[in-house]
Design a protein around this ligand. Sequence first.
Ligand code: SF4
Ligand code: SF4
Length: 295
Amino acid sequence: MLILKAVGALSVIGVITSTILATAAKRFYVEVDPRVEAVAAALPGSNCGACGNPSCFMSAEKMVSGELEPNACVAGGQSVTDAVAAILGADTCDAIAMISARHCGGGDRAVRAYEYAGVRSCAAANRLAGGPLACSAGCLGYGDCVRACPFDAIHLDERGLPVVDPAKCTGCGICVKECPRGQITLLEMVPESAPVVVRCNAHDKVKARKANCSACCIACRKCERECPADAIHVIDMLAVVDYTKCTGCGTCVEVCPQDCIDLYGRAAAVDTMAADGRGGGAITNVTGKRIEAGA
Ligand code: SF4
Ligand code: SF4
């Protein structure tokens, strides 16, 4: 008898609850523009936040409402931009194409100021007197960027340096935000067509820099003098590439006595990437000359 009463009571509660829910669902129903669903399905679904929104669905809503352009999804590239524009019936536009680049070639060539034995995390190490490296701009090498990348596009190599795979990097920029030295552009988003990258980000005096790392830029200006396109200059004692001028001829890679400029990126000119994906490779420069480079 007691069991029957309990079952009856539960059934009544169930009926009342479902009636309330059904009424609420009808009353508060908000019609969703079917294009939002379609745009959301066209986006990568990684919720990486590179467009400034916490989810791909929210980006889809803003694209449909016109708050975001069809090319706002940095991670999606041209195919997603085209797909979104087609759904919205808008003219397509060029995708924002960027990839992450590391401005440090230190790794096992960087001098350690002390032995760090704490949690294997760049953020944790950085909090302990700026980390174990003598160079305050160098890569700490505990792989916070590797763990943060939602596209499995970064790996640590045998030197303890994060290597970005240009073929997998979507340009979402999460690694730059995660890197405790991201603000000082150790990791930086560069145009995907960037043919070279300077592997140093130190701004201290050259003498101190040399004592801290044997892979540093020594501000000798050889790259600046030899560049036929006037695309690389030593600014604040550090070589900086102007990607609006760089033609990818590879002269700077060849002449740098420190080997701190690498061929890079998805540039059409870089026709053979190193087999280990470390970003080195070969390039045919404007005169038809082949230049081989390490990572
Ligand atoms: S790039 Fe930054 S986050 Fe990545 S390993 Fe180096 S210091 Fe750590
Ligand atoms: S040639 Fe190399 S070491 Fe000299 S300034 Fe250019 S990047 Fe630095």
